[in-house]
Design a protein around this ligand. Structure first.
Ligand code: NAD
Ligand code: TYD
Length: 344
């Protein structure tokens, strides 16, 4: 992979023990010998050091366990490690949890982002890459796509908190000249995703012959992207993106939820009778679809993994990592699952 305008040597990755963050840490360490990664993670329920067990001993990798809201401590860590850029993944990331308890979403996603922006300024205007979501644009009908100029119209407490964070990031670019970049990506899937999200949840239930809870009629559409494609896009934006700009990232793989669930059952050799239609999510966005032409035209990125290949690989990964899955689903997860899905 070619080097670009900006040449990072010490990147602070927030939320590196989560799903996308851990894939990104592994992606960086396996592609660039001369880049150090400092993983700043508070290790919430979603942070799992097992996600990084294979890189934990790498001398280029350091874990700093910290809440991103602790601004002074973040500054100290950035100075100690000579950090030159911040790639900000850390977030409360699950829509359903945000509906039940929105406050933590505002604390981490809004206050936490502000805290990191202040740290970036204090440390000599570090390059700041905000990992955003297409959910800030709201919901589409059966046609059309989100572009970078689509007005923000978030519907869930999660997407509202991510939109607020995006606004703060651009304000720091405009007001203080901080070199900020924002990406907005569609739904990711792949190894190490926490089984509260649809694809790993369905794989986990199906392997145990438990009902697969499809919200509403299953017609809602998501544009799925394989997590490694997202990681490659983020690196491209970090090194070649134009500060102040937003880049949409999509997978060109729109699928209705019911089709995804049926495909998972087929791969696992399980019957469709496991599908259970449950009460819909309040405010459930109907469809997301991303126009990624800007990142394609300006930075030459496009997704490389088609959905069928990526999904097959993902299912096989979970089957090969049942210990990883069992550690999660036998802990606090059980209580979460019972409360979230009770009576639906
Ligand atoms: P995740 O829930 O798997 O991981 C979140 C990580 O952040 C965890 O390691 C957790 O410990 C850490 N964290 C949470 N609160 C923290 C705090 N206050 N201080 C320090 N660390 C904290 O999330 P993910 O699915 O990997 O998503 C990563 C980012 O990508 C998020 O910003 C999310 O909004 C964005 N995103 C996700 C998707 C998706 O499909 N998963 C799509 C687009 C954008
Ligand atoms: P999810 O993985 O939570 O991502 P997001 O809400 O951020 O798009 O959900 C993806 C889709 O799957 C969404 O339309 C809601 C639906 N869904 C179900 O039908 N059942 C489930 O148990 C979950 C978790 C999600």
């Amino acid at each position: 992979m070619s080097s670009g305008d900006f040449s990072p040597k010490a990147v602070l990755v927030t939320g590196g023990a989560g799903f996308i963050g851990s894939n990104f840490v592994r992606f960086v360490l396996s592609n660039w010998d001369d880049v150090r990664v400092i993983n700043l993670d508070g290790l919430t329920y979603a942070g799992n050091l097992e996600n990084l067990a294979d890189v934990a001993g790498d001398p280029r990798y350091t874990l700093e366990k910290l809440d991103i809201c602790e601004t002074e401590a973040v500054i100290e860590i950035c100075r100690k490690h000579g950090v030159d850029s911040i790639i900000h993944f850390a977030a409360e990331s699950h829509v359903d949890r945000s509906i039940v308890g929105p406050r933590e979403f505002v604390r981490t996603n809004v206050d936490g982002t502000l805290s990191l922006l202040q740290a970036a300024r204090s440390c000599g205007d570090l390059r700041f890459l905000q990992i955003g979501t297409d959910e800030v644009y709201g919901s589409l009908g059966p046609t059309g796509q989100f572009t970078e100029t689509t007005p923000l119209d978030p519907h869930s407490p999660y997407s509202a908190s991510k939109a607020a964070a995006d606004h703060l990031v651009s304000a720091f670019g405009t007001t203080y000249g901080l070199p900020v970049l924002i990406t907005r990506c569609s739904n990711n899937y792949g190894p190490y995703q926490f089984p509260e999200k649809m694809i790993p949840l369905m794989i986990n239930n199906a392997r145990q012959d438990k009902p697969l809870p499809v919200y509403g009629d299953g017609a809602n559409v998501r544009d799925w992207i394989y997590v490694e494609d997202h990681c490659r896009a983020l690196w491209t934006v970090l090194i070649n993106g134009q500060p102040g700009r937003v880049y949409n990232i999509g997978g060109n793989s729109e699928r209705a939820n019911l089709d995804v669930v049926k495909t998972i059952l087929r791969h696992l050799g399980k019957p469709e009778s496991l599908i259970t239609f449950v009460k819909d999510r309040p405010g459930h966005d109907f469809r997301y679809a991303i126009d990624s032409s800007r990142i394609h035209k300006e930075l030459g990125w496009e997704p490389a993994v088609d959905f069928d290949t990526g999904l097959k690989h993902t299912i096989q990964w979970y089957l090969n990592h049942l210990d990883w899955l069992d550690h999660i689903v036998t802990g606090a997860y059980q209580k979460y699952y019972e409360e979230m899905y009770a009576g639906r």
